[in-house]
Design a protein. Structure first.
Length: 317
């Protein structure tokens, strides 16, 4: 009747006995794991160290090969661009970028390097901006040069137009066009000087023409002077810069010259009258006073040509 007590005690010992047998196995497994860690640490550290050394050696070799390749690029900008786009070394990419100057080659770089190498992208973009700015200056310089040639071809050249051209060119930086522009500008300057000289000569010629009326020249001398002035005026009117002559002065010269030319006949008549009266006076002075009577002298004096109304005529009267 007490058998159930022994059975339960046996069951407990059997159940409790399974656990002591499992613990040594767990300890052995833990010991195995513990003993495996030191051994596996030594072999694991040795392999990465060897791999890192090999990687460094391969990297150094690649750098050396690319450095040698960079030295051989010379002035080949296309090859320099290919090199910097493929190289994994930033300092070598920058050195290759220094060799690139042509616009068509530079334009391949910024997009590819924008998120890869900011130094290369900045260098190349700066050169592209400089090229675009220079191209814009060349366009403005060409426009100024075309304007200068247009002014040179114009019939009438004004100082204001040349001054405006000079102001425009002063802010343009296009040294390639400077020799050609300077040559055209020199021609413009020469034309302006010629026009000024032509205008001054016109003013002086008109002043001389105005003074002829009171110069006291005889008809022959006056005719010769009028002819010389007319020849000078005719040459001025066919000069390349004749369009710069003031129209009012040209018209006044023509009017005054025509008036003086028309007066030549009157001057000849006046001079003949003066000569006749002077001859009569000289003849009377040569005669004895007893032979001269007042009535005779008065009648002969009245028969002579009329005296001119100028100062010479008034003096004889």
């Amino acid at each position: 009747m007490f058998e159930f007590l022994f059975k339960r005690q046996g069951g407990k010992s059997a159940a409790s006995g399974a656990k002591p047998e499992a613990r040594p196995a767990a300890k052995a497994s833990a010991a195995a794991v513990g003993s495996a860690k030191p051994g596996s640490g030594k072999s694991g550290n040795a392999a990465p160290a060897h791999d890192a050394h090999a990687a460094r050696a391969a990297l150094a070799d690649a750098r050396e090969r690319q450095t040698e390749r960079l030295k051989q690029l010379g002035a080949d900008e296309a090859a320099a661009v290919e090199f910097l786009l493929q190289s994994e070394f930033s300092e070598l990419r920058l050195a290759a970028a220094e060799l690139v100057h042509g616009r068509e080659h530079l334009e391949r770089v910024p997009t590819a390097m924008r998120n890869v190498d900011r130094r290369v992208a900045k260098l190349v973009q700066g050169r592209l901006d400089a090229i675009r700015h220079h191209d814009a200056e060349l366009r403005r310089g060409q426009e100024a040069l075309d304007q200068a040639r247009t002014l040179l071809a114009d019939t009438l050249l004004t100082p204001n137009h040349v001054a405006e051209l000079d102001r425009k060119w002063s802010v343009i930086r296009a040294p390639e066009l400077a020799p050609e522009f300077d040559a055209v500008r020199a021609q413009l300057g020469h034309r302006l000087e010629s026009q000024v000289a032509l205008q001054r000569a016109m003013i002086d010629r008109l002043a001389v023409l105005r003074q002829l009326d009171t110069s006291g020249l005889d008809a022959a001398a006056l005719a010769a002077r009028l002819d010389a002035l007319q020849q000078e005026q005719a040459a001025a009117l066919v000069d390349p810069g004749h369009a710069s002559l003031p129209r009012a002065l040209v018209a006044e010269f023509a009017t005054e010259h025509a008036r003086l030319t028309a007066s030549l006949a009157t001057i000849e008549q006046d001079q003949a009258a003066l000569a006749a009266r002077e001859a009569a006076l000289a003849a009377w002075e040569a005669q004895p006073p007893a032979e001269l009577t007042h009535d005779t002298l008065r009648k002969e004096w009245q028969r002579l040509p009329a005296l001119p109304s100028n100062a010479a005529g008034r003096a004889l009267q």
